[in-house]
Design a protein around this ligand. Structure first.
Ligand code: SAM
Length: 430
């Protein structure tokens, strides 16, 4: 068995230099990204064509031909940057497995990596689709921040924390383009080092039962804050916690008015050190502005005093303050449904299709408007009781008229709009 030759999806890569990074466990990450990009690039192209046709109607005749091309077809370049490419495996798979892509730029700072990428491109016969670049990812992205040079999608898959790449990345994605970000520093994001989390992500992480979703929401707030500096904002399409990392897929748009709404999508988190209860406090909100004729012109307001006192109402213990976190939806249900259908219709295309189907089915059921979750084992562990069956807890919540779902991020999770007081009542009566 030749260990230096690896097959994944439709790519076959050669690992000729052991210093170049390759991780077989990330196959799921690459498969999921291919499924997401397949649906995204299709939409992206269709939107640009629709917009192009609208613009063409308003153009004088001599420039119509330039805009639509001689065959009457509107050419839509769909360019992707893999900013930290290592072996080139991901870029080669994107080139071979996603139909709508017109060009991929595979970049790495390491000379050995770029040599490996070049050799693998030739080995896979995708020279016409992939260009290589040997540069610092940030410098490369800054060179592409002019609107005419931006990418349709940028993939950031670094070691550990991605935050140093975000300032340049949020400026170099086209309007309506996609940013794909991996973070593997889970210990920092999950509350083991709240100070480090603050210095890297601008938010304090908490050691809590829902730390995996907190990690996703900390990363999303970090991207939003970087985008807001350039009057841009994010719309999350899919946010996944898997294995030892998290991965988010967000669209980036421009619009100063929308940026004013960001405070209403971010919250501080009060976390009880006794019973692990969490209460969210939005950084701001929006209400109708009576002085405006247009009802869409909402007035921003700062939130009232914190909703919790110094001590927790359930166990009288102290609170820790964490955040800010992204508290708006972390997935787009319609988009997730379409990615799921795409994978269900083409299960033979992806090695981890079954796992993707399982996770996306759960994601689709998640209560989109309820941030964070309880976990049954932690809830009962706090009071040293044997854990009740999930079915009993879910029935208790549903019978009382509350909504309930799992979170894909934890096996025994309970996402619900019921007040914490109700859950403690259920625990007490068990
Ligand atoms: N995306 C790859 C995949 O799916 O197989 C794995 C990427 S690996 C985790 C991270 C890569 O980033 C390494 O090859 C490293 O050389 C490169 N790198 C680190 N810092 C960089 C920088 N500032 N600019 C560009 N590349 C960088």
């Amino acid at each position: 068995l030749d260990k230096t030759c690896i097959k994944e999806g439709q790519a076959e890569i050669r690992l000729t230099n052991e210093k170049v990074f390759y991780n077989p466990v990330q196959e799921f990450n690459r498969d999921l990204s291919i499924a997401v990009l397949s649906v995204f690039t299709q939409d992206f192209k269709a939107e640009k064509i629709a917009k192009g046709r609208k613009n063409v109607k308003n153009l004088s005749e001599n420039i119509v031909e330039d805009a639509v091309g001689t065959g009457g077809n509107i050419e839509v370049p769909v360019t992707i940057l893999e900013a930290l490419s290592a072996t080139g495996l991901r870029s080669i798979r994107y080139a071979k497995e996603i139909p709508n892509i017109t060009k991929i730029l595979a970049n790495d700072l390491s000379e050995q990596a770029v040599e490996t990428i070049k050799a693998n491109i030739v080995h896979n016969g995708v020279e016409s689709l992939i260009d290589t670049s040997h540069d610092d990812a940030c410098m490369l992205m800054y060179k592409h921040k002019h609107p005419a040079k931006r990418f349709a999608a940028i993939d950031l898959d670094p070691y550990g924390c991605p935050s140093i790449f975000l300032d340049s990345a949020v400026q170099s994605v086209q309007d309506g383009g996609l940013l794909l970000v991996t973070a593997t520093d889970m210990a920092v994001l999950a509350g083991n080092s709240p100070e480090t989390c603050y210095s890297k992500y601008g938010a304090i992480s908490l050691k809590t039962k829902c730390c995996h979703e907190m990690a996703l929401r900390i990363l999303l707030q970090c991207i939003e804050q970087h985008a807001n500096r350039y009057s841009r904002y994010i719309v999350p399409l899919l946010s996944i916690s898997a294995d030892f990392y998290i991965r988010v897929f967000v669209k980036i748009y421009s619009g100063a008015i929308h940026c004013k709404k960001s405070t209403s999508k971010l919250s501080m988190v009060y976390h009880c050190v006794g019973c692990d209860n969490t209460v969210l406090q939005p950084l701001g909100g929006f209400k109708p502005n009576p002085t405006e004729k247009n009802p869409d012109q909402m007035k921003a307001f700062l939130p009232p005093a914190p909703p919790v006192g110094e001590h927790c109402e359930h166990c009288n213990q102290r609170h820790h303050l964490g955040g800010p976190i992204w508290s708006a939806p972390i997935h787009d249900e319609l988009f997730v449904t379409r990615v799921l259908s795409h994978v269900e219709e083409n299960p033979q295309l992806l090695g981890t299709a079954k796992r993707i189907q399982g996770i996306l089915s759960m994601v689709r059921e998640e209560l989109a408007d309820v941030p964070l979750y309880y976990t049954l084992d932690k809830l009962f562990g706090r009071v040293h009781l044997e854990t009740m069956p999930m079915l009993v807890m879910r029935s208790a919540l549903l019978n009382a008229g509350h909504r309930v779902s799992y979170s894909h991020a934890a096996r025994l999770s309970v996402k619900t709009n019921a007040p914490a007081r109700f859950l403690w009542d259920v625990v007490r009566h068990w």
